[in-house]
Design a binder for this molecule. Structure first.
Ligand SMILES: NC(=O)c1ccc[n+]([C@@H]2O[C@H](COP(=O)([O-])OP(=O)(O)OC[C@H]3O[C@@H](n4cnc5c(N)ncnc54)[C@H](O)[C@@H]3O)[C@@H](O)[C@H]2O)c1
Length: 318
């Protein structure tokens, strides 16, 4: 088998989970870690390296690295940068990820020069928030192949959508097919017009359920709020997005041509301006093989336009 290599940039709550799942994934023979905090990249790599002595674990050459490790990397996953924090005085706080714009802009301008100095071949996957603005900034300021640089986007919001709907229906979230589009954040759009359970559509589900299901606005609020339920309880979120990142890595490394909602720079879809946001896309070894913009109803299209404008206003603050 060909030598396969991942570089993890940013090893905090999210990056350390990405690293853990990557170690278990069987997708990578080598993993290099990079973090600006002294000792963190080395400590995380050393901890994981020692875990390879446990019977039953895969051997992975995991080590602290630097940007020269990007030269022969297949994938680079970026979870560098500060997270939003819950308000200790408000258990229902909903701090906007857009508030991280300035700080994360600095992170992009620190990380991307290191990457482009060594590669334009690796698939670069961003997790850093505000995700869509971060991806757009990376595209507009750095000359990286468009199909090879994207973000986890609404992959996580979509998992939460399936979870919210499945809870309403009393079924396994994986039995729900559906996704959020637009911003990973407050303006994410639930696309209920295409959501279904084994082909049974939303409107039919209501009949099957016996009582009225939530409105699109209520579903949107529940999905957005699901993130804050975690943030306000434990102070950060990490499991869902790390799993999402590894599922995307699997699609890339195994050239699966899997369809996931991820954040890419658009090319005029829906008549939107130059912006990066999430919609279903085919993902394989080359990165984004193509986007699959679904037909939207008026409510969804209007919300998507609002979401695009919100992302662009965030980019202006970077
Ligand atoms: N996209 C999503 O769905 C999603 C979900 C959760 C968190 N996030 C985002 O992921 C990012 C990380 O969150 P976290 O909870 O792990 O934060 P954290 O504070 O726990 O960790 C961030 C890490 O990044 C490192 N770092 C900062 N600047 C760096 C740079 N220029 N180069 C390399 N390393 C750098 C820090 O030293 C730290 O170790 C945040 O932007 C957060 O908002 C995104």
């Amino acid at each position: 088998m060909e030598h396969s290599k991942l570089v993890c940039i940013g090893l905090g709550h999210v990056g350390s989970y990405v690293l853990t799942y990557a170690m278990e994934s069987g997708l990578f023979a080598e993993i290099a870690t990079i973090d600006t905090a002294p000792g963190v990249a080395h400590g995380e790599a050393l901890d994981q390296s020692q875990s390879t002595g446990v019977p039953g674990t895969d051997y992975v050459n995991v080590h602290a690295g630097d940007y020269s490790d990007c030269a022969d990397a297949d994938m680079i996953i970026v979870a560098a940068g500060a997270s939003i924090l819950p308000d200790p005085d408000d258990p229902d706080s909903r701090p906007d990820r857009a508030g991280l714009a300035k700080l994360s802009g600095e992170v992009v301008r620190d990380v991307m020069p290191g990457i482009v100095k060594h590669t334009r071949d690796a698939i670069v996957l961003f997790i850093t928030n505000p995700l869509d603005a971060v991806v757009h900034l990376a595209h507009t300021e750095f000359d990286y192949p468009a199909e090879k640089l994207f973000g986890t986007g609404t992959m996580l919001d979509s998992a939460r959508l399936r979870w919210v709907v499945a809870k309403q229906l009393g079924i396994d979230p994986k039995s729900v097919t559906g996704y959020m589009m637009g911003e990973h954040g407050l303006t994410a759009v639930p696309v209920l017009s295409t959501l279904n359970v084994q082909g049974v559509r939303w409107t039919e589900l209501e009949k099957w359920h016996g009582t009225p299901l939530p409105s699109p606005q209520e579903i949107q609020d529940a999905v957005v709020g699901a993130a804050y339920d975690v943030l306000n309880a434990k102070g950060w979120t990490n499991a869902g997005v790390a799993r999402s990142a590894l599922e995307i890595a699997r699609a890339v490394m195994l050239d699966q041509n899997s369809v996931h909602p991820v954040c890419t720079r658009l090319d005029g879809e829906y008549g939107l301006p130059d912006v990066s946001l999430s919609m279903p896309a085919v993902i394989g070894r080359g990165g984004i093989i193509r986007r699959m913009p679904p037909q939207l109803n008026n409510w969804e299209l209007e919300r998507l336009r609002e979401s695009a404008q919100y992302i662009l206003s965030t980019v202006e603050n970077m």
